[in-house]
Design a protein around this ligand. Structure first.
Ligand code: ZN
Length: 310
């Protein structure tokens, strides 16, 4: 049987970050404003180290470049997905991402960014920004020009367990009191539309209004999420999204179960509880990849896992 590829997370500080990656996930974080845990990533801005096995100490991008057979020999310059946990103690700026075509043409061949969010935990009155209220580009431009942010931005309440798909062109933002797991294309291209008129070191942060207007979809349309639900004796598998770039599911297990890894690779994050995979201990905060041709895997314990594949 092939080795499971366990990864060491990378932490990113942010002015809006908090300490829940320690208090809730038990990670050894660098400071009390840690915003992101890059859990499964081969991105150049945060390339995870392999934690154990014969490739211990190598990066995920190295593994992708040198052992593509572990990923089913699929094509591509970069490992295509990036899994993060985000702890927002304060509001993030309101932003939008380009699609592949716009990013390729305007950002030196970069990938666009499609992302999705699973709400791990949040304050009772937490909210999220998803979409806007302009009926067309003309109205969008006018509302931005007139600083009518309250009317423009679509804010909605959230609760633990909610799931959102954020297609390119969607105005979006994580707000204070939200802990979520993000599955995204491996890209860092973000256009900042509005930053609540905040100052950072005495100055407003740079906005990208023209590029934002270029890429914002008008009118906004909510992406329908949710799919198949499979019920086993001791588990439920719930599909959240099946999109062009990824499929994301949640496995809720209480006991034991057998599952099949028949994709080019499978990303797995334990988000609650603890247990074993094929006899190896895993717990909340563990992240790993089941390589190509891994086949059957056996899970045991009481835990929730988010899995994703292309
Ligand atoms: Zn985003």
């Amino acid at each position: 049987m092939k080795d499971i590829v366990f990864l060491e997370p990378i932490f990113k500080s942010a002015i809006w970050g908090g300490e829940k990656l320690k208090s809730i996930f038990g990670y050894d974080i660098p400071n009390d404003h840690t915003g992101e845990c890059w859990a499964i990533s081969a991105h150049k801005n945060g390339d995870c180290l392999i934690a154990s096995g014969q490739y211990k100490g190598k990066t995920l991008s190295w593994l992708w470049d040198n052992h593509r057979e572990l990923f089913g020999n699929i094509q591509g310059d970069v490992f295509p997905l990036l899994i993060k946990i985000i702890d927002a103690k304060a509001d993030l700026s309101i932003q939008v991402h380009p699609d592949d075509e716009y990013a390729n043409d305007n950002e030196g061949g970069a990938l666009g960014k499609t992302e999705c969010w699973y709400i791990l935990d949040c304050d009772e009155d937490a909210k999220i920004v998803n979409g806007h209220n302009a009926k067309d580009k003309e109205e969008l431009k006018q509302m931005i020009k007139d600083n009518r942010w309250q009317d423009l931005i679509n804010v909605r309440p959230i609760k633990k367990g909610d799931f959102f798909q954020i297609d390119p062109g969607t105005v979006h933002a994580i707000k204070e009191g939200t802990l979520l797991l993000e599955t995204q294309q491996s890209s860092d291209i973000t256009y900042r539309l509005y930053d609540y008129d905040r100052l950072d070191n005495g100055k407003p942060r740079e906005l990208h209004i023209d590029k934002s207007i270029d890429v914002i979809t008008c009118p906004h349309v909510d992406v329908k999420t949710g799919g198949n639900i499979i019920k086993g004796d001791n588990y439920i598998i719930e599909e959240f999204i099946k999109s062009t770039y990824y499929t994301v599911k949640k496995i809720s297990l209480d006991g034991e179960g057998d599952f099949l890894q028949d994709k080019p690779f499978l990303n797995v994050s334990v988000i609650e509880g603890q247990g074993e995979i094929d006899g190896i201990s895993i717990k909340k905060g563990s992240h790993f990849i089941l390589p190509f041709d891994y086949g059957d895997y056996h899970l045991k314990g009481t835990m929730d896992l988010i899995v994703s594949h292309i």
